[in-house]
Design a protein around this ligand. Structure first.
Ligand code: FEO
Ligand code: CA
Ligand code: CA
Length: 631
């Protein structure tokens, strides 16, 4: 019953149903302070930014004289079941859910929608973060397969749920990471079927546990009594890329697959904070795999929620969970090399009222040298944003948190961050680093609970700093600059690059910042990536009703921002009920690869194959018709 009732809800909504948040009693106070904050907000948007001494143009002021560096005409919002790109650009599908990878793969079957075996040997579902690695002229594409949509992958069942054990396994095999060689063949990019590089990583692939938490009591299970070898990775959302040529897959909503066959199982407070519940999200993994039964294996859930490092060029290598980077609902991992050679990784924890983190390696990057320990030994910090647009990184160690060990901090990272007074954020999604200057951006996608109630077991979420709107429907992008341009510094200054909103429907702070207009409005920024020219590409995962608060926004989309002028222009509109997520470029900059995730999640799309076909997540290749550089 519960599963049938919930099977078409989004992750957020489902999580909330089975794990309701406590009501927050201070609502009146919050509204009052929000109103009084509007003056402050104006300050951030039109004056505050100008107070930075880093040379960044205050976008609220310079918009009127923004020069057009984009080189394309804006695409209008629409609700079509196709991809729309600007005049002068074209697109094609490079790879889609179920495409075969190996010589013995089984082609996708539209009626059954595949089985466990066919799914394990083909491209997984719901592609998200992605990156392209080039070696000896060969293009190795790595892409996360975040999750599956029950109503799509099990659409051959009347219930829209996994019914047989093979169905359950098919759902498991649809997740993880896909490595595939791709090539431009007959003009179009496509998978090189049978390439030696091709590989699937699934929730059953052995993965070494490294870093402070390796071997900790909380990571020991009956299958892995030493707590050093995890099985599998799943719900890989955004990604990262290291300067030494490895791929980082970030484990996000790992919690929704655990359940308890013994209804009297009591989750620990720490498990509750991570959304672990006695009921899963309808995928029934515990039915075929005891690892996901909390009453049998209470520690398995502590072995997920990490950043996983993968060598794209060695298909037999064992991926590594990097516990030093903390355990939370990782969005992406933006890696930069600090001026002194240390590696800094910026990361968001995507849940309402959770935090932004950074990791700083102890060692320094050595080009061509041994960099294998850089994500194993280092310091973990969490961000505190002050209302005066200053900020600080607070180190998470036993002294600052009062917790027993660094291992415990790397397992219960959310609790550690709460202990040091980090700033609760409006769902931190991707972080992007400007390639031209020390400057970071993070998409805070939305937070309907801002000022209303906290995350389960989390901290209060008063309207404050870079989270200035209560019950935030539209989201914003915060930007920060490390003190002295030094990524290792524990100080920074911040402003808001944009507040999404609807200036047609609202005249108050819900209209958004001055760089949001009726021609470019959108909601719920999520994926953000810089191209080599320093343009910021913004992808959305928001409401696509095109009604009410969202009227005029159409389907989810991708926009480009000129961070110098603040100007934002819509470049692409996705098909119905999709999310646009994941972006990377070919080595020559002439192709941009973009992810289209879960078209038709509510049953109203046949993209990309049309007719009566099953909708499929896909990676598209976008090019200029004149063959020019796109990013
Ligand atoms: Fe998987 Fe936070 O997006
Ligand atoms: Ca996302
Ligand atoms: Ca999202």
């Amino acid at each position: 019953m519960l599963q049938a009732q919930h099977h078409d809800l989004s992750f957020d909504d489902f999580d909330e149903c089975i794990s309701p948040r406590p009501e927050y009693s201070g609502f009146d106070n919050v509204v009052e302070s929000a109103i009084s904050r509007r003056g402050f907000l104006q300050g951030i948007l039109s004056v505050g930014a100008a107070s930075f001494v880093t040379g960044i143009a205050p976008y609220g002021v310079s918009m009127a004289k923004a020069s057009d560096r984009f080189g394309f005409n804006a695409v209008a919002a629409n609700s079509l079941d196709t991809i729309t790109v600007p005049e002068g650009y074209k697109w094609h599908v490079m790879a889609k859910w179920g495409d075969v990878l190996f010589d013995d793969s089984i082609p996708f079957d539209e009626i059954s929608r595949g089985d466990a075996q066919s799914q394990e040997l083909s491209l997984g579902d719901n592609n998200d973060g992605m990156d392209l690695f080039v070696k000896d002229g060969r293009n190795i594409f790595v892409v996360n397969n975040e999750y599956v949509n029950r109503s799509v992958i099990f659409g051959n069942r009347e219930t829209g749920l996994p019914e047989t054990d093979d169905d359950v396994l098919k759902g498991k095999m649809g997740r993880g990471v896909t490595v595939m060689e791709v090539a431009r063949l007959k003009g179009n990019w496509q998978i090189v079927v049978g390439s030696d590089y091709n590989r699937r990583m699934t929730p059953d692939t052995p993965i070494e546990i490294t870093g402070p938490a390796r071997g900790h009591e909380l990571l020991k299970t009956s299958l892995d009594v030493d707590g050093i070898l995890a099985q599998g990775t799943w719900n890989n959302c955004g990604n990262g890329r290291t300067p030494w040529g490895t791929y980082l897959a970030c484990e996000e909503n790992f919690n929704g697959y655990f359940s308890a066959s013994d209804a009297s199982y009591e989750q620990t407070a720490e498990q509750k904070r991570y959304g672990i519940s006695n009921e899963d999200w309808g995928y029934a993994w515990a039915r075929i795999d005891d690892r996901f039964d909390l009453s049998k294996e209470p520690n398995e859930c502590h072995r997920a929620g990490y950043v996983v490092e993968i060598d794209p060029f060695n298909p037999t290598s064992t991926p590594k969970k990097r516990t030093a980077l903390g355990r939370f609902k990782h969005e992406n991992a933006e890696v930069v090399i600090a001026g002194n050679g240390q590696i800094v990784v910026y990361m968001g924890d995507d849940e309402r009222g959770e935090f932004i983190y950074k990791y700083v390696s102890d060692g320094k990057f050595s080009s061509g040298g041994d960099n294998s320990g850089l994500l194993e030994e280092g310091k973990l910090y969490v961000a505190k944003f002050n209302d005066d647009q200053s900020g600080e990184w607070i180190e998470l160690n036993p002294e600052t948190t009062g917790m027993q060990s660094q291992a415990e901090i790397c397992i219960y990272t959310r609790q550690a961050a709460s202990k040091v007074g980090a700033t609760t954020m409006d769902r931190p999604e991707w972080v992007a680093s400007n390639p031209n200057k020390p400057e970071l951006y993070c998409a805070l996608t939305n937070n309907k609970n801002r000022g209303i109630k906290p995350n389960n077991g989390g901290d209060d979420t008063p309207v404050s700093g870079p989270n200035p709107r209560p019950a935030n429907k539209y989201g914003q992008i915060v930007r920060w600059i490390p003190a002295n341009g030094d990524h290792v510094s524990d100080k920074f200054s911040w402003d808001l690059f944009l507040l999404a909103g609807n200036p047609d429907v609202h005249k108050d702070d819900k209209a958004g910042s001055t760089n949001i207009t009726p021609a470019n409005m959108f909601n719920s920024p999520d994926g953000i990536s810089f191209d080599n020219n320093g343009f910021l590409w913004i992808q959305t995962d928001g409401k696509y009703s095109n009604e009410g608060d969202f009227e005029g926004m159409g389907n989810n989309q991708m926009l480009v921002a000129d961070t110098q002028s603040g100007e934002i222009r819509r470049f692409l509109v996705g098909p119905k009920e999709c999310e646009v997520t994941g972006a990377t470029w070919s080595a020559d900059g002439r192709t941009m690869f973009v992810g289209i995730q879960h078209p038709g999640e509510d049953g109203n799309s046949h993209w990309p194959d049309g007719g009566t076909s099953v909708p499929k997540s896909a990676i598209i290749a976008i090019e200029r018709e004149d063959g020019g550089i796109i990013g």
